[in-house]
Write a protein that binds this ligand. Structure first.
Ligand code: NAD
Length: 249
């Protein structure tokens, strides 16, 4: 029996990287998946991959920082699948700048995508999860939210904020049987860290990781499937750190 058979999952920012791996893994476990991604072409490419693998998916061009776009995403999900069981707040951006040089637009863009986007998407699915008395909300935070980021105070603030938001929403939705958790990836092999590290620096990070390698999107996807599945039904308000031991909480 596949672990997410008959469920419906929305995965934001799933046109590439960690989000793509989560969308693919949830589809393999039997979920119908909404590939909710800013860039329509990559959303559609992931939809095609899922369907070629025998899964079911809908591509939806979505900007998580814009309320009308988020509402349209949830509406499209309901029209296609009739319900939403799982939301994965994965969309995130990480431009770099010192605080001294950071302009307000960049601060707002990062908080708007990473933290406000997590709020908007979570709020949009909440009435449906309350009505069905069940659901899972999983948000992707970062080790930077625990430890701070060089040249990334906006990013660290957004990711730390996601942890506080998750614990608060977990308390609010627990009586309805909705579990709300975070995954905290360590440095992982995707486009995002390549925006602020050289290839050499990225792989050199492995030397500081007890398990001896950087993360792969599939590592985060396995954690997301676990948190979405019945195996995690007594887990809420938690941050699952998936980083090879780089930070031990
Ligand atoms: N890769 C890492 O080392 C790492 C470490 C810790 C946390 N994370 C977090 O994991 C998540 C995924 O990261 P990744 O490495 O796969 O990044 P990525 O840059 O490869 O992919 C991010 C995806 O989000 C999409 N996106 C950006 N803004 C969006 C918006 N407003 N609405 C909808 N989609 C949007 C992008 O188009 C892209 O497809 C992010 O939240 C990131 O902060 C990544």
């Amino acid at each position: 029996m596949r672990r997410l058979e008959g469920r419906t999952a929305i995965v934001t920012g799933s046109g590439q990287g960690i989000g793509e791996a989560i969308a693919m893994a949830m589809a393999e476990e039997g979920a119908g998946v909404v590939v909710a991604e800013l860039r329509e072409e990559t959303a559609d490419a992931v939809r095609r991959k899922i369907e070629e693998g025998g899964g079911t998916a809908l591509a939806h061009a979505t900007d998580v920082s814009q309320e009308p776009s988020v509402d349209a995403m949830v509406q499209a999900c309901l029209e296609r699948f009739g319900k939403v069981d799982i939301l994965v707040n994965n969309a995130g951006i990480y431009p770099t700048s010192t605080v001294a040089d950071m302009d307000e637009d960049e601060w707002e863009r990062v908080i708007g995508t990473n933290l406000f986007g997590t709020f908007l998407c979570s709020r949009a699915v909440t009435p449906h999860m309350l009505q069905q008395q069940g659901g899972r909300i999983i948000s992707i935070t970062s080790g930077r939210g625990l430890q701070g980021a060089d040249n990334g105070a906006h990013y660290a603030s957004s990711k730390g904020g996601i942890i506080g938001f998750t614990k608060s929403l977990a308390r609010e939705l627990a009586p309805a049987g909705v579990a709300v958790n975070c995954i905290c990836p360590g440095v992982s092999d995707t486009a995002q860290p390549r925006g602020h590290r050289t290839e050499e620096e990225l792989y050199a990070s492995a030397a500081r990781i007890p398990l001896g390698r950087i993360g792969q999107p599939a590592d985060m996807a396995r954690a997301a499937v676990f948190l979405a599945s019945d195996r995690a039904k007594f887990v809420t308000g938690q941050t699952l750190v998936v980083n090879g031991g780089a930070i031990m909480q």
